[in-house]
Design a protein around this ligand. Sequence first.
Ligand code: RTP
Ligand code: MG
Length: 137
Amino acid sequence: MTQRTLVLLKPDAVRRGLTGEIISRIERKAGWRITALELRTLDTDTLEQHYGEHQGKPFYEPLMEFMASGPVVAMIVEGERVIEGVRALAGPTDPVAAAPGSIRGDFGVIVRENLIHASDSEESAEREVKIFFPGRA
Ligand code: RTP
Ligand code: MG
């Protein structure tokens, strides 16, 4: 099943110089391709659209501030089972609970600063691709 997913390398990943390492892990998966890639600093409007489902939660405001604190790398990745696959490469939300070998497990400690976002379903992927790459909708 060929899919596409929206991936963000969060400001901590860019600041720490980990984008190459993370992109390399994604690129090495057989048959997966990066079909769009952009470094950009996210404005409030974009972030509200992207993380709107979390509005009202205690971590929402600090999350918005963190996500606007520096540039992110936004990507579309296409390939076989790529939605579930990038989530598996990333590991669970809490980096301390994430297994070594996963991106969050290898590089993260703080829940908020967990390096990577990846769409969690086909519906989310289509919605998020529209937000970040409207020309590719
Ligand atoms: P994402 O949406 O970024 O791919 O991450 P996720 O699905 O694994 O986690 P989600 O529940 O959607 O949460 C979105 C992001 O909010 C931050 N967060 N902080 N308790 C906390 O402080 C907390 N909980 C979540 C993380 O950056 C998480 O990735
Ligand atoms: Mg999420």
